[in-house]
Write a protein that binds this ligand. Sequence first.
Ligand SMILES: *Cc1c(COP(=O)(O)O)cnc(C)c1O
Length: 431
Amino acid sequence: MLYSNLSVNEKGHLTIAGLDAVTLVEQYGSPLMVLDENKVRENCRTYIDAVKKYLPTGSKPLYAGKAFCFKSLYNIIESEGMGADVVSPGELYVVNAANFPLEYVYFHGNNKTDEDITFAIKTGIGRFVADNRDELISIDRIAGENGKKQRVLLRLSPGIDPHTHAKISTGNVDSKFGTAIETGQATELLKFALTLKNIEVEGFHCHIGSQIFESEPFCDAADIMLRFVADAKENLGFETKYLNLGGGFGVRYVESHPKIDIADNIKKLGEHVNAACERFGITAPAILLEPGRSIVADTCTTLYRIGSVKTITGYKSYVSIDGGMTDNPRYALYGSEYTVLNASKADKSADFVCTIAGRCCESGDLIQEGVKVASPERGDILAVLTTGAYNYSMASNYNRICRPAVIIVKDGETRVGIRRETFEDLIRYDM
Ligand SMILES: *Cc1c(COP(=O)(O)O)cnc(C)c1O
């Protein structure tokens, strides 16, 4: 099995954290997303421990909630001592509803409206990660109107290509995110920010991309950012408190993906940061990291019921499931790889080559193509692994399909994290 929390029981069924996947679907219906709480905690601790051990004092990992955003999950993550980042007022609303301490919440995004900024300031957001000059002007004005001095980090683009999918690469010079260092505009932005009296600049942020398997791109980004930090000190006398290096560590979706040792990568990053600071003659700022995918992706499995198996003679076979791009649009969006297995026959050899099709009226509504599944039949439960990140958070009601339920399993117990959507939910906004 891809992960150690998955196994096969005496009935030949897949088990998730010790619980029979087929029984879970009988209890809660399908499609069903099953989140393993202990695995979330384990992933958080890997970051917490490594950050404490290898990064400068004051460093902290923040959970990037856009990966999977709901109250119970924030409760788990908060109890492990992580901070959080949000990219919209909606995410801020959820994190606040979970009673997450807002001191440790950072507000991202390349286009925050005046309403967003006002909402965040009134709610009591810890810090903004300001993307551009227009936004800084608004934050300064709105903070002033509310009698506050608002702490911000400036989002910069270091000009790094992390060799990942173009749609999830975000740190290149011509990115829509942040302000470029290479063009001199980042320095101008800092100078400008320092003139604003309702703003306190605490440091800088960059996020180079996602699903990155090595520490090199992060080290390269750290180099460029720390050089900027050193220049800011030398030329403007600016002291950087925080350097946020973003998220992006990769996750193993299929056996062929490399295993990634996050702690070791953070160790390498820490050594690199220390060496760079020594070289530039600066004291190391506290480092913030923003893992999303690597906290939740491998903690969740989606279970579907198979509805049909159709072989087009001489071409291919389709296995249709009762969900699809509405709960997992990642294959349709980026051709993402997934491990798929027949949870009803997890002890049988997977030798039936097929394409897993969703139920939407779109030919592109596929979960995976050309995968091997053990003799699929109508009624079997199909498991798609590693669906914790960017699945539910990207889910839609296309074709008026209800979003699945999310259950949380821990020590043999289950509870509902997000209830299944109902038909009534579908007409909630209709007048
Ligand atoms: C998406 C995003 C993250 C999280 O990235 P992962 O690849 O899920 O770790 C962190 N920071 C910012 C600014 C992001 O946009």
